[in-house]
Every structure is written in C-alpha cells, then in structure tokens.
Ligand binder design. Structure first.
Ligand code: URA
Length: 200
C-alpha cells in the first residue's frame, strides 16, 4: 500500500512504520502514531515521543503523559474519549551513556512529519485541536516560530473547520524548578484546558 492509498487510521498506523520522510526513523525504536477514537471531537498534539513512548509505541505514557492524564482528569476531560498524537512520530535524541536525551525536532523534521499529522486530522475530523507546546503549534500553523503566551487563551479558526487552541506542553511544567512557578503555570494550563472543555 502506498501512502496515497491510506483510507483509515489503522492503515496509516501500519504505513507510518515504513516512513522514510526524514532521518529520524534510523535511531528510533519505532514510529509512535496517535491513539484514540477514530471520530474524537478533540485532538491533542504533542511534540514527539519521548524515551518511554519510543519503547512502548504509544503517545504520552511517560512522565509528561502521566501529568497530562492527571490534569485532564482534574478538568473533566476523559482521555479515552480524545485522540492524542504528536507533531513528529519518531523520537529524536542524543545518546549520553545509558540515557537518551531528548532533542527538539527541527523545521525540516516537523514539515516532513506534517504529512502524518494532516492525515490524522483529516481522518479524525475533530471539532477542536489543542497544540501542546511550540512544536505542535508551529506544525499546525505552518510557522517557523510561535510564542505560546501570545496564542493561548483564545481559539484560532483553522482551514477546514477545526478550532485550534494553543497551550504549553505538560513537560514544560515538569521542568519549572520552583514550586510556586510550577503551581502558577499549572493553573494557567488547567485554565486553558477548562476553556477547551467548555468550547467542546
Ligand atoms: N512528549 C510529547 O510531546 N509526546 C509524547 O508522546 C510524550 C512526551
């Protein structure tokens, strides 16, 4: 089956395993495709799989995913009812001894992987898409740079119908060193997701 013949998420999930659109497939364990109901009204887009996602073959199952699940639960969004995916489907990292350190995907990698994200958005056809972090926002808006602070808090109408909300990535919350800063940013993240829930 060629990429042009893909008609369903399950066909896309199989086809992405053979993706050679950028070099990231070479070092990753596997491609990590999105997961969730085929006609979810809400799609979340993260950056790329991390270490645990790369091994498990599932998005958002590592530390950021666990925090994300907790916050979804708090704001009353059922993760099993939403489609969760990433802008880039292969883990990009540099080896450091036994560890694999996450590296941000660059513009070429984001653009190469947009084929798969566009396909997921077309097939799922959600009412709302939430970009978690700058990589997802860049991909969905087709921009080289974005400022989350300027884009968050109000939906952006996208071509083809869905509304786009932009917020931070949950791993951003994990990286804030001081407890007060973390608490403040978590409240903002929760407010963004509460607005998404109200809009659904
Ligand atoms: N970070 C992401 O952006 N996506 C994942 O799946 C996991 C961590």
């Amino acid at each position: 089956m060629t990429e042009q013949q893909i008609r369903s998420l399950s066909e896309a999930r199989r086809a992405v395993e053979d993706c050679r659109r950028c070099p990231l497939y070479r070092n990753a364990t596997q491609a990590v495709f999105g997961e969730g109901p085929a006609y979810a009204s809400l799609v979340f887009v993260g950056e790329q799989p991390g270490h645990e996602e790369d091994l498990a073959g599932r998005p958002f199952v590592g530390p950021a995913g666990r925090l994300f699940d907790q916050i979804l639960d708090e704001v009353g969004i059922d993760r099993t009812a939403v489609y969760v995916t990433n802008a880039v489907k292969h883990f990009k990292f540099v080896p450091r001894g036994k560890r694999r350190l996450h590296q941000r995907p660059d513009g070429d990698e984001i653009r190469a992987c947009k084929f798969w994200l566009d396909l997921e958005v077309t097939l799922v056809s959600p009412k709302i898409i939430v970009a978690l972090g700058a990589t997802a926002a860049k991909s969905l808006l087709g921009r080289a740079s974005v400022t989350i602070g300027r884009l968050r808090g109000a939906p952006i109408a996208m071509e083809g119908g869905p509304l786009l909300f932009v917020t931070n990535h949950p791993s951003y919350l994990l990286r804030i060193p001081d407890a007060e800063g973390r608490r403040r940013e978590r409240l903002k993240f929760e407010a963004d997701l509460a607005l998404v829930r109200q809009t659904l």
